[in-house]
Design a protein around this ligand. Structure first.
Ligand code: FES
Ligand code: FES
Length: 159
């Protein structure tokens, strides 16, 4: 049985206080309370990656984190990845025309952003391994990998 609690967290740079059942998944807090619907519901059990966000800077499945466990934490969603959708990954996604139906793509980009943060020049093998928790029912995996490589190249070229 869950009780109602109030939790304060920072979402896309803004402090938010949420009052809801303590076991409410972060995914539903984002979508239902904060109307950040770029984060998608797929399986609800940590198996698809559609709900991937950054929690304290690390990519994770937001369906797996209960409200009671995110007090004081920092969350970044696809809406907060860049102020104007100009993150190198977002630009590379457009150039490579990655999405098909699009449903999994915000989760894919958030996971890819986590990869480039820890490894700015990943090999194709490292990309495939790191991205493996994120499923794409449309099979856009090759374009996802190409876009990550493009973003890595172009980020490197700027630095
Ligand atoms: S909805 Fe969270 S991993 Fe599938
Ligand atoms: S683009 Fe359709 S599920 Fe990935």
């Amino acid at each position: 049985m869950s009780n109602t609690i109030s939790v304060t967290l920072t979402v896309n740079g803004k402090r938010q206080t949420i009052t809801a059942a303590s076991d409410t998944p972060l995914l539903w807090v984002l979508r239902e309370e904060l109307k950040l619907t770029g984060t998608k519901f797929g399986c609800g059990v940590g198996q698809c990656g559609a709900c991937t966000v950054h929690l304290n800077g690390e990519p994770t499945q937001s369906c797996l984190h209960a409200l009671k466990d995110v007090n004081g934490k920092t969350v970044t969603t696809i809406e907060g990845l860049s102020p104007d959708s100009s993150h190198p990954l977002q630009k590379a996604w457009l150039v490579e025309q990655v999405p098909q139906c699009g449903y999994c793509q915000s989760g894919q980009i958030m996971r890819a952003a986590g990869l480039l943060k820890q490894n700015p020049r990943p090999t194709r093998e490292q990309i495939v391994e790191y991205m493996s928790p994120n499923i794409c029912r449309c099979g856009t995996y090759v374009r996802i990998a190409s876009a990550i490589e493009r973003a890595a190249r172009e980020t490197g070229a700027q630095s």
